[in-house]
Design a binder for this molecule. Structure first.
Ligand code: ADP
Ligand code: MG
Length: 397
């Protein structure tokens, strides 16, 4: 299946859910502290639009999720009970937590549901058949419902029973979170408003090879920052001191520089530090002048300006990977400047990736970005041009 099918997936709006039992795969894989309290409910909130829509349209809502990695057995601390409690608060109506995700007791609970009721099935990864995507397990899960909705974008790159297997047995459509993620990113990749610019940073080239090669074919400019820029700089012949580098990737970097030609934009200056901590000495230097024994920790001010000039003309910008070691405040300036440039511009801006998203949220700029993606691995796989298994099984318009 090719990328052109990304933007025309059917959603909950395209099916009649009234009175129907709807199995909704959500991503409630939230962080819990030692005493079992939810420390961040972002993922629960992200699923609310779909759940509310289904309640308002008189569906019987059966939620299914994983939590953590129980590895196919019951782990008491990974039950979804705290999630059901939080959901009860957020929805302002009782959400019953089922003791299991299938079996006679759950079937009885489901057949007792009224229109607009919501139940949350127990952690689906308590069964090894979930991650193994065992057909019979998927069939049993599907047998609880009439329609399947996948709203778990963050898990859509996994071919599990509750993300892929069930779609064989039920009409499968996207929820609103899934739709927003897949259609926003899909449109940017398939038919971007141009100039289309990608900004790629983060620690290592090796974890982003697929993203860089896929985007290089689609964009007008590909700006490289972060630790991975060091390997490109070394490939260009610059001395990079004690900076993080992947020597095994230098040939790849050379090849990308050749292929990228004018499109590929590397830093012209960098911030270097004598240690990797907040009390280090640091200064901006041109890429020709990195002192031996120093470490590149951020892009420099001339590079920031160069990147900003390109971003200012862009109509679509996709950004993955911080420009520097932003966790250490003095080395966050490049990342902050790029985040601010995106926040201030009128371009369609899409940010994905664990640390990149954390950075813009920490800087308080997330609400000025067109789309801050909720998926880590799933987002990267979309940017690599891969077809997510959980999206491939959804019905097309
Ligand atoms: P994302 O999670 O957004 O995809 P990555 O996981 O690829 O991003 O990379 C994030 C990490 O890259 C951050 O923890 C950051 O400290 C690190 N990083 C950025 N620039 C450098 C650098 N110059 N040297 C070492 N590490 C860096
Ligand atoms: Mg990361």
């Amino acid at each position: 299946m090719d990328q052109t099918s990304l933007t025309d997936i059917k959603t909950v709006r395209d099916v009649d859910v009234s009175g129907k039992k709807v199995l909704v795969r959500v991503d409630f894989n939230i962080p819990l502290d030692k005493s079992g309290h939810i420390t961040d409910d972002t993922r629960i909130r992200a699923a609310l639009p779909t759940i509310r829509y289904l309640i308002d349209h008189n569906a019987r809502v059966i939620l299914v999720s994983h939590l953590g990695r129980p590895d196919g057995k019951v782990v008491e601390s990974q039950r979804l009970t705290p999630v059901a409690d939080r959901l009860t608060q957020l929805l302002g109506k009782p959400v019953v937590k089922a003791p299991d995700c299938m079996g006679p007791e759950v079937e009885a609970m489901v057949s007792g549901m009224q229109a607009g009721d919501v139940i949350l099935l127990e952690n689906v990864r308590f069964y090894p058949e979930e991650e193994a995507n065992v057909r019979e397990f998927a069939r049993k899960l599907a047998s609880l419902a009439d329609i399947y909705v996948n709203d778990a974008f963050g898990t859509a790159h996994r071919a599990h029973a509750s993300t892929v297997g069930v779609a064989e047995f039920l009409p499968a459509v996207a929820g609103f979170l899934m739709e927003k993620e897949v259609v926003t990113i899909g449109r940017a990749l398939e038919a971007p408003a141009r100039p289309f610019v990608a900004i790629i940073g983060g620690a290592k080239i090796s974890s982003k090879i697929g993203v860089i090669t896929n985007l290089l074919e689609k964009v007008d400019y590909l700006l490289i920052g972060g630790g991975m820029a060091n390997t490109f700089l070394k490939a260009e012949g610059y001395a990079i001191g004690k900076s993080l580098v992947e020597d095994q990737q230098i040939d790849l970097a050379k090849d990308l520089i050749l292929r990228g030609d004018e499109k590929l934009v590397l830093p012209v200056d960098v911030v270097v530090a004598d240690r990797l901590d907040a009390t280090a000495n640091f200064k901006a230097v041109d890429v020709e002048a990195v002192p031996p024994d120093w470490i590149i920790v951020d892009i420099g001010p001339r590079t920031v300006q160069k990147f900003k000039d390109i971003v200012d003309k862009a109509k679509t910008v996709v950004w993955n990977g911080p420009m520097g070691v932003f966790e250490i405040p003095p080395f966050a300036q490049g990342t902050r400047a790029i985040a601010e440039a995106l926040a201030e511009s009128n371009t369609i801006s899409i940010i994905g990736g664990g640390e990149s998203v954390a950075a813009v949220e920490q800087m308080g700029l997330a609400d000025k970005i067109t789309h801050v993606s909720t998926g880590g691995g799933a987002t990267l796989e979309l940017l690599e041009g891969r077809v997510l298994p959980g999206v491939a099984v959804l019905v097309r318009k």
